[in-house]
Design a protein around this ligand. Structure first.
Ligand code: KG4
Ligand code: ZN
Length: 341
């Protein structure tokens, strides 16, 4: 049963067609360049851009999958959490498609979908749910830093989240202090490669806190004070690389330490990670090393599935329809503050 999925929770317009755990197409139109000018996502602009892009993106997803609209068996869309005006565009359009076709509709929790993107393997991606095992899942993006205990398929508990800035937000704010354009994470990743992660000692907030919560705003502030006290530091490109490597090491250290600690405490044998920051090479390497040491299976979402996309929405929707016959009413509303149960 081909299923069309739509994702418009933030600044990526996504549409995908999935069929029996296979991603037949996955189209993402990113708005990064539009928002870069403002140093962050402007909700009203995001919504207008979704309105402009949604139909071409859906058309392309159907064409790539060689599926005609009337061959669709179900339609899904991100229902929340996210920017209200952005969510509304994709969610309401998807409901309209389902209504016109007379097919089941499903509203999906954006973070719940992230939990399953690491299970998509290969090209084209296929969901390896036959290999599913209970896991500890790290979701790290520009808006969220979450640790989730996934006990079984469609059965999870949120363990902790950030009490202030998200990890990606910290990358972006540190980058802004250095003078890098938004979003700065990928550029910090690149610059850090040539830097010494031990050059400067930045704090690892809440690393020893027994909770599964995170805090990153103090780290950003300490970088700000450090630059205030060393006003000429950024004149030397090697110092910039060292600063990127040192700040990145602090963020990665906290993420990896707390993820592994939670996995051991809950006695799960598997760790998964997704969200834009999972593209970070230092984080991928540190998670790989730590999981090897602790004999934990590690599943990292592939680069194109780390960031926001509709394929993960479609894969979860298909699973919910299959295992639970779950549906969302055609006149249901978006849930911008939907908590991950
Ligand atoms: O998941 P995502 O595309 O969008 C949401 O925030 O929902 O994540 C974007 C975030 C940005 O903060 C960006 O700087 C960060 O992910 N990011 C990275 C890297 N690639 C993207 N952070 C560190 N290293 C990277 N390679
Ligand atoms: Zn996301």
């Amino acid at each position: 049963m081909p299923l069309l999925a739509v994702e418009t929770s933030c600044d990526e317009t996504g549409a995908a067609v999935v069929h029996q755990g296979r991603v037949l197409s996955n189209v993402v139109s990113s708005q990064i360049s539009l928002h870069a000018e403002y140093g962050g996502v402007v909700p009203e602009l995001a919504a207008r851009e979704h309105l402009r892009n949604l139909i071409p993106v859906v058309r392309l997803a159907l064409r790539d999958a060689s599926v005609a609209a009337d061959q669709l068996d179900a339609v899904a869309a991100t229902r929340g959490p996210g920017l209200p005006s952005a969510l509304m565009v994709g969610f309401k359009a998807a409901q309209a498609v389902a209504f016109v076709l007379g097919r089941p509709f499903l509203g999906i929790h954006h973070h719940e979908a992230h939990l399953y993107s690491p299970w998509l393997k290969g090209q084209p991606p296929v969901a390896e749910f036959s290999k599913f095992q209970p896991n500890l899942s790290l979701i790290v993006s520009g808006g969220h830093t979450l640790l989730v205990h996934v006990r079984a398929e469609l059965d999870h508990t949120l363990l902790g989240s950030t009490v202030d800035d998200a990890a990606g937000e910290c990358f972006d704010k540190v980058g802004k202090l250095i003078g890098l354009p938004y979003p700065a994470g990928p550029e910090i990743d690149r610059l850090a490669e040539g830097g010494n992660p031990k050059a400067f000692d930045f704090p690892r907030p809440m690393i020893d806190d027994p909770s599964d919560d995170f805090s990153f705003s103090g780290l950003k502030t300490s970088v700000r004070y450090f630059l205030r006290d060393h006003p000429t530091l950024l004149d030397d490109p090697q110092h910039v690389r060292d600063l990127c490597a040192s700040a990145q090491a602090a963020i990665v250290d906290v993420l990896v330490t707390k993820t592994i600690r939670a996995a051991k405490r809950l006695r799960v044998g598997c760790v998964t990670a997704s969200g834009g920051v999972t593209c970070n090479r230092a984080l991928r390497q540190r998670l790989t090393d730590a999981c090897e040491r602790e004999r934990l299976t590690l599943l990292l979402a592939g680069s194109s599935l780390c960031t926001d996309n509709a394929a993960m929405i479609g894969i979860l929707a298909e699973r919910k329809l299959k295992l639970r016959s779950e549906e969302t009413t055609i006149d249901a509303d978006i849930l911008p503050n939907w908590a991950l149960g």
